[in-house]
Each structure stands twice: as structure tokens, then as C-alpha cells.
Design a binder for this molecule. Structure first.
Ligand code: ADP
Length: 491
């Protein structure tokens, strides 16, 4: 018997012909057998119903005009007990109204008597295609459900009214919800995290010309009721072909363990840096005592060696201080004391401070003040550190005789500070990484420039703590421009 393919599985569709006319029953059976179907027959509505109760048929060919139980009586029973079974009604010319009635009652198609083998084959193959599509959809649905339910990440989808259409067990566990069903309910009825609800609102109202993934860190528990968990929440809208928002998808990823490790690492680094700094400083002092000749005469050669040693120790002390700074910023200690900072003033001051080291390399610093700059709520000392770091780098990574241009502009509620140099520049592949700890661009030209690779990570952390961003553009051999964006007070 010929097999029909559906998805990956082979199966032989089962057909039942219910007709009181022997000629039709046997004719249909023969034609359909030849097509490779498994065909059973029943000579009355009653017998047909008995067979349907015993086994499942993919297709039922049902004569409408039969004595006792008619096709119209059989049809609703089939539809209620086997909703997936496709019913094709066989009708006489005189019963066209009945066939319309049968279609309304859920028949898939009808075939008027007398019909040719070809007509029968066409109707049946259409029905087979339909059942196959239904089976594929059902299989796909259950596969998707199984997959989503087994994910360790929490997944939830909503419609455009913020009603839940899908939420896996991991999602419910992560938001600590132990109630009954949530499908069909609005997210506000069971999620009590304003940050998460806000993301869903924002994703749903995202304009057509924009598609961004909203990302937030959300804390749950930690109130005695449940251990604190830190979740990374990603939320995006999903759209139809015209770009209309149909709903949202939220994915939660548990990063509690990562956060703990990160904190432990920071604590360890700050402990070690702290412990290293004091003995280093005392070694420096002792070297200075020797260098100053207080412990006896020092030859030129000895002084040279001791000077080199002091330089190395100085860089270690500097690195320990920067690591401590970074640890402090990461623990969230720096955003506490903010004041209204005027960037025109701050940049001018920094220009003056850096003038001497710039002049030593014959570098000129230009600063164009902008009138009517709004103040920015920021930690002054940290902002000084950001600007000073960027200017120091611009000087350090420029050959003699370059220019540094500083400017401040206003862009969409942000204050933008530009630090532009005509220095060494950087290859494109390094630009992504220069904000990573200890990352330094390594080539012939930077080889003799000393540094820790911690300046830009500190700069970036400070800016992030002020809800801002930093961007860099650079062309190797021509120069770089760093742009710092900080939201200003009036926003
Ligand atoms: P450091 O200067 O101590 O090495 P940073 O974190 O400040 O550390 O900078 C990381 C790297 O980025 C530097 O080593 C340098 O290669 C590159 N860099 C930073 N600023 C500039 C600049 N203005 N021009 C060219 N390269 C730069």
C-alpha cells in the first residue's frame, strides 16, 4: 500500500465511505484503494457511527440521503467526537440545499452524484492536503510548546493589549508567581515590577521606524520571602508584515551567580590593591632615601638603576589605585554625591591643568566654549577624572606637534563632550576593546608608551553611572575623537 508523506513521518490516510448504495461504496473503495488509501465502508449511518466510535478516520465520505439516520444526522456526531476528521458529503442533484446545510455544519467539501473517478480523486486529494496541513500545524505547535517549556530562560509573549499568550514555567518561577493560569490575563494583573511592566509598555509603543531590544537588570526577592535573584530582561515587540506591533516577547535570564562571582572578584581585587599599595609606597620612600644620598653616597650608575626601579614601582602603585577606583565605581559608591556641574568651566580648568604636559610635546589644546550650556547633574570629581583621562590619552597617543580640540554641544537632551586629537589613531578592530580592563593597543608606535589599560574602563563606568554613553571614532595614523554623552538637568 502506498504511503503518504507528512513531515518526517509516513502514514497511510484512512478513509471511511458511508453510503447505502453498494455501487457507490464499492466504486469509491476501488478507486481510492488504487490511490494507496486504506478504505473501509459502511452501508448505513448507524454502522458508520459505530465504526467512527471504534477508530479514527482521516476522511469520511458521507452520503446525505440515507434511510433511518441521514448524513446530516451523522455529521454533527463526527465533528464533536473527531474534530480533526474531514467530512466530504456525497449529494444528489436534488439535495443541493442539503449540501449547503452540511457545509455550514462543518463539512469540508461536497461531491454531487454521479461523479467520475477523477472528480473523486480531486476532492479527496484536496482533503488530504488539508488534513496534512492541520497535522503539521498541530505538530509544530506541540514541538514549540515542548521546546519553550523546557527552556531554562523565562519566556513570555503578550498580544497588543498586553494579555499573556504564552509564558513558560521558568518565567513564572523567575517572577516568583505561584498563582493559577495567566494566559489571557493582562501582565499588570500578576507582575508587580514597574521596571518590567514599563519595558513591555515601551516595546509595544515602539514606533515602526525603530526596532531595538530593550534590556534591563531586574532584582527579585531578597526580602526574606525569597533569596535575591538578579535577572537580565530583554524585551522586543513582534510585528506583522506591515510593521504593525502585534505584541511583545520578554526573555528573562538569571544572572545571580554571575553577579555574585563578579562582586567576589571586585572585592578580591580591591583587597589586593589596597594591601599592595602601602608596602609599595614604603619601598618608594626607602628608595628615595637612598637616592637622596641619606644612606651614603650613590654612584651615577646606582642612581640610574634605582630611578628605573622607582618608575616601575610608581606604575604599580598607579595600577593599584586605578583598580581600587574601578572597584569603588562598580560597587555603586560614586553616584551618591551629585551637583549641578557647568561643563564650560570644568573643561577650561582641565585645559589649564594639561597645558604643561601638552606644551612639553608641542601640542596645542583648543577649547571652544558654547554659550547657554545647561548644567548637568553629576559628580564633579568623577567628571574631572573622565575629561582628564581623555585629554591625557590624547596627549600621550599623539606625536609631537599635534592639536587637541575640545567642544561641548547639545544633542537630544544630552550634553556631548568632544575630545578630538590628531594623534596615532587606532585600528578598527581595537575600537571595541579599548574599554575592556587592561586592554592596550599594541604596535610599534605604542610600544614605548606606558599605561595600565584601566583609564578608559574607569571613564566608561563613570559615564554609565551617570546614565550616559561614550563613543569613539578613529582612523589609524590620523587621529581619534571620543564623544561623551551625559543627560542634562532640564531633560
Ligand atoms: P592606558 O592609556 O593606560 O593604556 P586606557 O584605558 O586609557 O589605558 O586606554 C586603552 C588603550 O586605548 C591605550 O593603551 C591606547 O592604545 C588606546 N587609546 C586610548 N586613547 C587613545 C587616543 N586618544 N589615541 C590613540 N589611542 C588611544
Amino acid at each position: 500500500m502506498q504511503e503518504h508523506k507528512s513531515g518526517n513521518q509516513h502514514y497511510t490516510p484512512k478513509i471511511l465511505v458511508v453510503d447505502d448504495e453498494m455501487r457507490i461504496r464499492e466504486g469509491c473503495q476501488e478507486i481510492l484503494n488504487q490511490e494507496g488509501f486504506e478504505v473501509s465502508t459502511a452501508d448505513s449511518g448507524k454502522k458508520g457511527l459505530e465504526m467512527i466510535a471504534r477508530e479514527h478516520f482521516d476522511i469520511v465520505l458521507l452520503d446525505l440521503m440515507m434511510p433511518e439516520i441521514s448524513g446530516l444526522d451523522v455529521l454533527p456526531e463526527v465533528k464533536s467526537s473527531h474534530p480533526d476528521t474531514v467530512v466530504i458529503v456525497i449529494t444528489g442533484y436534488a439535495t443541493i440545499e442539503h449540501s449547503i446545510e452540511a457545509m455550514k455544519a462543518g463539512a469540508f467539501d461536497f461531491i454531487p452524484k454521479p461523479f467520475s473517478p477523477e472528480q473523486l480523486k480531486v476532492v479527496v486529494s484536496k482533503a488530504i492536503e488539508y488534513t496534512r496541513a492541520l497535522q503539521d500545524i498541530a505538530k509544530e505547535k506541540s514541538r514549540r510548546r515542548g521546546l519553550i517549556n523546557r527552556l531554562s530562560d523565562g519566556v513570555m509573549a503578550t498580544d497588543d493589549q498586553e494579555r499573556v499568550v504564552l509564558a513558560n514555567p521558568a518565567f513564572m518561577k523567575m517572577i516568583n508567581f505561584r498563582g493559577e493560569k495567566v494566559i489571557g490575563h493582562t501582565v499588570k494583573s500578576f507582575i508587580n515590577k514597574p521596571k518590567l511592566l514599563d519595558m513591555i509598555d515601551k516595546a509595544l509603543s515602539m514606533p515602526l521606524d525603530k526596532f531595538v531590544e530593550l534590556i534591563e537588570e531586574i532584582h527579585f526577592g531578597g526580602n526574606g520571602d525569597m533569596e535575591e535573584t538578579v535577572l537580565n530582561a530583554h524585551c522586543t515587540p513582534f510585528r506583522d508584515r506591515t510593521g504593525l506591533n502585534l505584541g511583545t516577547i520578554t526573555v528573562l535570564h538569571d544572572i545571580t551567580a554571575l553577579k555574585k562571582i563578579d562582586r567576589m572578584k571586585s572585592d578580591f581585587v580591591s583587597m589586593v590593591s589596597h594591601e599592595i599599595r602601602s608596602p609599595m609606597n614604603s619601598v618608594l620612600m626607602q628608595l628615595k632615601v637612598i637616592l637622596d644620598g641619606l644612606a651614603g653616597e650613590v654612584s651615577e650608575k646606582q642612581a640610574e638603576i634605582l630611578n628605573r626601579a622607582s618608575k616601575k614601582i610608581n606604575s604599580l602603585v598607579e595600577m593599584a589605585s586605578e583598580l581600587l577606583d574601578l572597584a569603588k565605581i562598580e560597587s555603586g559608591l560614586i553616584t551618591l554625591e551629585k551637583e549641578a556641574v557647568q561643563f564650560n568651566e570644568l573643561l577650561e580648568e582641565q585645559c589649564v591643568f594639561q597645558q604643561e604636559s601638552a606644551a612639553a610635546k608641542n601640542i596645542t589644546i583648543h577649547f571652544e566654549t558654547t554659550s547657554d550650556l545647561p548644567p548637568v547633574s553629576a559628580n564633579r570629581q568623577n567628571m574631572e577624572e573622565v575629561i582628564s583621562n581623555l585629554i591625557t590619552n590624547a596627549i600621550q597617543y599623539s606625536p609631537d606637534g599635534g592639536t587637541i580640540d575640545l567642544a561641548v554641544t547639545l544633542e537630544n537632551g544630552y550634553l556631548c563632550i568632544h575630545v578630538k586629537d590628531t594623534g596615532l589613531g587606532m585600528p578598527a578592530e581595537d575600537l571595541e576593546r579599548i574599554f575592556d580592563r587592561f586592554y592596550r593597543v599594541k604596535n610599534e608606535r605604542t610600544r614605548y608608551i606606558t599605561g595600565t589599560g584601566l583609564g578608559l574602563p574607569i571613564v566608561k563606568k563613570i559615564i554609565q553611572a551617570h546614565h550616559g554613553t561614550i563613543r569613539v571614532e578613529s582612523v589609524e595614523g590620523q587621529g581619534s575623537v571620543f564623544r561623551v554623552y551625559i543627560p542634562h538637568l532640564t531633560e
